[in-house]
Design a protein around this ligand. Structure first.
Ligand code: SF4
Ligand code: SF4
Length: 286
């Protein structure tokens, strides 16, 4: 998996991480599901480590901040929408932000991360907007496992729980990944590895998402978030993550350089410069 576009994306290409900078735009405060490892006082745990919160920007503010960052960081190659909630659960803000920045900067790569619930609805529009890199968090492919990981799933005006809710989420994630990959989008799958809950199930998840067209998986350690349902579960060590990654490496490329960045991260992956550009902190919506 290598293309001119991906070679400039610091997350999709380990080589690019030392050359190209990314900028996350925190325009998506709301979420449509509740993961039991999440505390909504913090950024979406599917991309970030718990314990950090981001400012929230309007699409116009995001565009202004982008111009400021672009002037200061010439090797900026990617903008990403990664929370602090779910990018697609804040569709109008996400769409507007991408449009505003893309119309003046057609060369910029646009990347987005999501829990995948709304992918069947918005995947065609993401492609039209020029999004060529998407990260979907898929923690399981079995709804019985999902019933332990997810609390509520809010979908099309209704609230679902347990196996019923997980079935909808898993179905939509898989349909979305297949559609995106089938239309030339590079899809990375994040998996939060939780002991006993889903660690044993991860090779099956990796096999399935590869079949659907994902180009890479990013197995991430579970880090207990204070205030979350899973706050009492043990943290997953990097040695444990590395062991499962090595089992899965024969199936699909493994990401090993993820930094679990904030939703407003800026700069090279190892050098977050977000504090230099922060404007103001607004309350993150629950
Ligand atoms: Fe939290 Fe992200 Fe899960 Fe939403 S998708 S509940 S923001 S971890
Ligand atoms: Fe890349 Fe991981 Fe940071 Fe997302 S959280 S921008 S995948 S390094």
């Amino acid at each position: 998996m290598s293309s001119v576009l991906t070679d400039k994306h610091p997350c999709f290409s380990a080589q690019a991480q030392h050359q190209y900078a990314r900028m996350h735009l925190p325009v998506a405060p709301r979420c449509n599901i509740s993961c039991n490892y999440c505390s909504r006082k913090f950024d979406c745990v599917n991309e970030s480590r718990p314990g950090v919160t981001s400012e929230i920007l309007s699409p116009q503010e995001a565009r202004e901040k982008f111009e400021q960052v672009k002037a200061a960081i010439p090797n900026l190659s990617v903008i990403g929408i990664a929370g602090p909630g779910d990018a697609l659960a804040n569709w109008e803000e996400t769409r507007k932000t991408i449009e505003l920045i893309k119309q003046e900067n057609p060369e910029i790569l646009v990347c987005l991360s999501t829990n995948g619930l709304l992918l069947p609805e918005y995947a065609p529009e993401l492609i039209k907007l020029g999004v060529r890199h998407v990260t979907v968090t898929v923690n399981c492919i079995d709804p019985v496992v999902g019933a332990q990981i997810y609390g509520t799933i809010n979908y099309e005006g209704k609230r679902y729980m347990g196996v019923e809710g997980s079935k909808i989420l898993i179905h939509n994630q898989q349909e979305g990944i297949m559609y995106l990959a089938g239309h030339g989008v590079s899809v990375k799958v994040n998996i939060v590895m939780m002991k006993i809950v889903n660690d044993w199930h991860i090779p099956e998840v990796v096999k399935r998402v590869k079949e659907l067209g994902a180009c890479m998986t990013n197995i991430m350690p579970f880090i207990p978030a204070p205030g979350s349902v899973f706050s009492g579960l043990p943290q997953t060590s990097m040695n444990e993550v590395a062991a499962v990654r090595s089992v899965c490496a024969g199936e699909v490329k493994q990401m090993t350089h993820c930094r679990q960045c904030r939703a407003d991260a800026i700069g090279l992956l190892g050098q977050d410069r977000s504090s230099e550009f922060r404007r103001r902190l607004r309350e993150t919506e629950p």
